[in-house]
Design a protein around this ligand. Structure first.
Ligand SMILES: *Cc1c(COP(=O)(O)O)cnc(C)c1O
Length: 350
């Protein structure tokens, strides 16, 4: 006898990357956080926030933040649904659209939280393998017949990007919704906003966690046509975004210049880290995100992961098919990246 539904008993919990205690000195390159602080304008908005506002409920649609996104992207507010991180939007979509005989489908490997939501809703999942170059398996995804099909673009943990042509073909051929998870779009060469505007089954997900250095604030948003978002809003928590996130997130989003400059620094460091790793004999997938998926020369990723941990450098290791000979390394500051290259050079000499 259990207190839980059968599928909850049989699923495994999502395991987040390790978070060291405050004050612990580690080089933390395991969860794709931004190494730079949030925009000074966001920090000023936080400093000036009137604490007495906390006695009232927040705007149910994070009105201040939603207005900022609408103005920057040049779309109507009805096309934007804010969430408590894009993780919450992934939960909302599963709740509204997926279930038994309404599977969640995605190319594998990808963000594991889609799997978690599919298991909670008894909605598959159906996983369709990427090839070794991480081309989008359009035919396989269409054949799987998802009520919801997820494509993270750029992908995690690969960092690779697929073309808008491939996504557009997929959107057209699917009978269910296509969710394009653009968590890393701020580091990428292109985006799919036009696709979301033009296809009535496309939902774009974005977050302030990566490009805006606000992972701790918990704020993201969906872009889709208003009819689709009205359906999703039915299943959301009443006040899903708190008033501090609404205010600080708006200030951060309005400061596009800061976000663009920060992403440019990260991308320059990504190029440097890539060439340094390649010089050590590592293979590196071409990344459009703030991390790289890399294979050590001997493929002994688990051992390298542990040796780095012993040196207080955290990177991500996935003990799963197609990934267990690789590490995912978040792009840090140039100083942090030099530290990991130093450690790997030492390990090579041992
Ligand atoms: C980080 C990440 C998210 C989660 O973003 P939050 O807004 O912090 O919840 C969603 N999707 C992918 C692919 C991510 O890597």
């Amino acid at each position: 006898m259990s207190y839980f539904r059968d599928n909850i008993d049989s699923m495994t919990a999502y395991v987040p990357g390790a978070q060291p205690a405050a004050g612990e000195t580690v080089i933390k390159l395991n969860t794709n956080e931004n190494p730079y602080p949030p925009s000074p304008k966001a920090l000023a908005a936080l400093g000036e926030f009137d604490g007495e506002r906390l006695c009232r409920y927040p705007h149910p649609m994070a009105g201040q933040f939603r207005a900022a996104v609408a103005s920057v992207l040049g779309i109507g507010e009805g096309w934007i649904l804010p969430g408590n991180g894009s993780d919450e939007l992934i939960v909302i979509i599963a709740r509204a659209c997926a279930g038994s005989n309404r599977p969640i489908v995605y190319p594998y490997p990808t963000f594991e939280f889609y799997l978690t939501q599919a298991q909670i809703e008894n909605a598959g999942p159906i996983q369709v393998s990427f090839d070794d170059e991480y081309n989008l398996p359009v035919d396989g995804l269409v054949a799987a017949g998802g009520a919801v099909t997820y494509v993270a673009n750029p992908g995690s943990p690969s960092g690779t990007a697929v073309s808008n042509d491939a996504l557009s073909e997929l959107a057209e051929r699917l009978t269910g919704v296509l969710v394009i998870d653009e968590a890393y779009v701020d580091f990428a060469e292109s985006d799919s906003l036009e696709l979301a505007k033009n296809c009535d089954n496309v939902i774009l997900l974005r977050t302030l966690s990566k490009g805006y250095s606000l992972a701790g604030l918990r704020l993201g948003y969906a872009v889709a046509n208003p009819q689709l978002l009205d359906g999703l809003a039915k299943v959301k928590d009443i006040y899903n975004v708190d008033c501090i996130a609404d205010c600080v997130g708006a200030a951060a989003f309005e400061d596009q210049a800061y976000k663009i400059a920060t992403a440019a620094k990260v991308n320059a460091s990504r190029a440097k880290l890539t060439s340094d790793l390649e010089a050590l004999g590592w293979s590196v997938l071409p990344s459009q995100a703030n991390f790289v998926l890399v294979r050590p020369p001997g493929g002994n990723a688990q051992q390298v992961h542990q040796s780095l941990k012993d040196r207080r450098i955290l990177v991500r290791y996935f003990n799963s098919p197609k990934l267990d000979d690789r590490l995912r390394i978040t792009i840090g500051t140039d100083e942090q990246n030099a530290a990991i290259i130093g450690a790997l050079t030492e390990l090579k000499e041992d």
